[in-house]
Design a protein around this ligand. Structure first.
Ligand code: GLN
Length: 539
């Protein structure tokens, strides 16, 4: 492994979901601001090969990269905060590591050796960590270990990182441990004991953290910082209290203020080539904090109980609202509820409707209902992937009169399969990693809302789906007022559909939410919020 690369490792202690991914992403930004080339990698301890086959209830959103890798949602934080484009080397799981080792064993590559976690599995982990610097040329690689210290699955990862430290030298690697301080209501105090225990667990593997970021929902008194430093054997200046930020995008500024990047850069012997310039970020955060008129967007999905399932969609809505000088209030509407007649009254009151991606038939009729309402009541609508498919099914049923219209994903016997499998998908039997995945070009058709929104002739967008608009029905749709405003360069695939006679009803076969950035909102989302704003009566 190249010793010119510096590594910053993020481990988690006490509980998960305390913002380890956001912290890593935000720190990445503070380093980029200093002129360093940074890359980020997430190691996921579970045995699935990737999250692509996991339920969003288990895992939250599946984040898709340019090269079609189906990855952890933390990669979305990395891309949004650091404003970079990652590739598949930036995320791997225990499943991938074991699959590789076992394949090599079957191939006979180990020449009769007994295959063990140390060294075979740990070597494969280190090889994959090394790929990031190799493929990106990054000077600093931030590596986030999923889960919390003490999880049985994460042990090989930590062991590999301990070995890595010895191989490249302590001066080239820095361990950040992100923990949580629980608040005891009865006595009104924050507790450090769980942090102490998690550090003890980490040290039992041979890793002493160089920094502790102590997260809490409450202000953290200075004596607690000193206590953590003493009990966990960490430099007092390297215990960073980090109270939950009301504005997510404030985190890089908070890390900057706390001197985190300066401390790490110094310890790793790095020399920044430029001074951080936070003007744009400060403006962004100030803009978020300003009171603004609200537009209400009804988000109709089937995983709405777990908002992490729509992480990038939620962020993209925020970005687009900011670009329009408004704030979005999301009404989370369960598509299955709509089928039972619940929640319709909320939908009738919103300024815009968004139907995100999804798989399987549960709640589909509810989504179709939402699309019908949007079309008939001229409520601005944006459909993402399944949301576009639903918009086309609704159009076929209620404008063209094909009552039986459906996607063959939900009804194989439909006499009007307006959404259908492409030929190359028919023979697929494995579910994992076999969809149309990643970046594909889309040519925008002149004079359409999509072309106006983007302001260019061609775009590249990220896909994750198996089914497509059925070309057999294109002409019939067009004659009735549907406009196919984005097509694959050969004209064969419908990538964007929109309704001509409507303020803004548009669906994309791809997932625009993955390319939205806090200060570069996605044009299709900007279009939705702009139309919603007009509907709400603000100009
Ligand atoms: N289930 C649909 C398909 O596979 C839509 C997928 C999605 O929304 N990501 O085509």
């Amino acid at each position: 492994m190249s010793t010119s690369t510096k590594y910053i490792i993020f481990t988690g202690g006490v509980v998960s979901s305390v913002g380890k991914g956001v912290t890593a992403a935000a720190l990445g930004r503070t380093l980029k601001e200093r002129g360093f080339r940074v890359a980020v990698q997430k190691l996921d301890p579970y045995i699935n090969v990737d999250p692509g086959t996991m339920s969003p209830y288990q895992h939250g959103e599946v984040y898709v990269l340019d090269d079609g890798a189906e990855t952890d949602l933390d990669l979305g934080h990395y891309e949004r905060f650091i404003d970079i484009r990652l590739t598949r080397v930036s995320n791997f799981t225990s499943g991938q590591v074991y699959a590789e080792v076992i394949q090599k064993e079957r191939h006979g590559d180990y020449l009769g050796g007994t295959i063990q976690v140390i060294p075979h599995v740990t070597n494969e982990i280190k090889r994959r960590i090394g790929l990031v610097a190799k493929s990106t040329g990054a000077e600093i690689v931030l590596v986030e270990v999923g889960g919390t210290v003490g999880d049985i699955e994460s042990q090989p990862f930590l062991e590999a990182l301990r070995q890595l430290r010895n191989e490249i030298g302590r001066e080239n690697i820095f361990f950040v441990h992100v923990t949580w301080l629980p608040y005891i209501g009865a006595t009104g105090e924050l507790k450090t004991k769980p942090t102490q225990h998690s550090v003890a667990a980490l040290r039992s593997i041979g890793i002493s953290p160089n920094m502790i970021i102590a997260r809490s929902d409450y202000p953290i008194p200075g004596d607690l910082v000193e206590k953590i430093a003493l009990f966990c054997d960490v430099d007092k200046h390297a215990v960073v209290p980090m109270v939950t930020a009301p504005v997510l995008y404030e985190v890089p500024l908070l890390l900057e203020k706390a001197g985190v990047a300066d401390y790490i850069v110094d310890k790793l012997g790095l020399r920044p080539t430029q001074k951080p310039d936070w003007k744009d970020w400060e403006k962004l955060v100030a803009e978020v904090q300003k009171p603004k008129p609200k537009v209400k967007i009804g988000l109709v999905g089937k995983y709405v109980e777990l908002q992490d399932a729509y992480m990038s969609v939620r962020e993209a809505l925020k970005h687009a609202a900011l670009a329009n000088g408004v704030e979005t209030e999301i009404a989370w509407i369960h598509s299955a509820d709509l089928e039972k007649g619940k929640g319709l009254e909320i939908l009738e009151e919103v300024d815009g409707i968004l139907v995100p991606g999804g798989f399987g038939s549960r709640g589909i009729e509810g989504k179709i209902l939402a699309a019908r309402l949007a079309r008939e009541k001229k409520i601005p609508y944006l459909g993402l992937c399944l949301g576009m498919q639903v918009m086309c099914i609704e159009f076929a049923r209620h404008v063209l009169g094909h009552e039986d219209a459906n996607s063959s994903e939900f009804d194989r016997a439909s006499s009007y399969p307006v959404i259908d499998l492409m030929l190359d998908q028919r023979a697929v039997t494995d579910m994992g990693g076999t969809m149309r995945l990643g970046l594909y070009p889309c040519v925008l058709q002149k004079g359409t809302k999509a072309a106006a929104a983007y302001g260019v002739d061609q775009v590249n967008e990220r896909h994750r789906h198996r089914f497509e608009f059925n070309n057999k029905y294109r002409e019939e749709f067009e004659q009735a007022g549907m406009v196919f405003s984005g097509l694959s360069p050969d004209g064969n695939l419908v990538e964007i559909a929109e309704i001509g006679d409507h303020p803004y009803m548009l669906g994309s076969q791809f997932h625009p939410e993955f390319l939205s950035r806090p200060n570069r909102a996605h044009p299709l989302f900007i279009g939705l919020i702009k139309a919603a704003k007009e509907k709400a009566g603000y100009k």
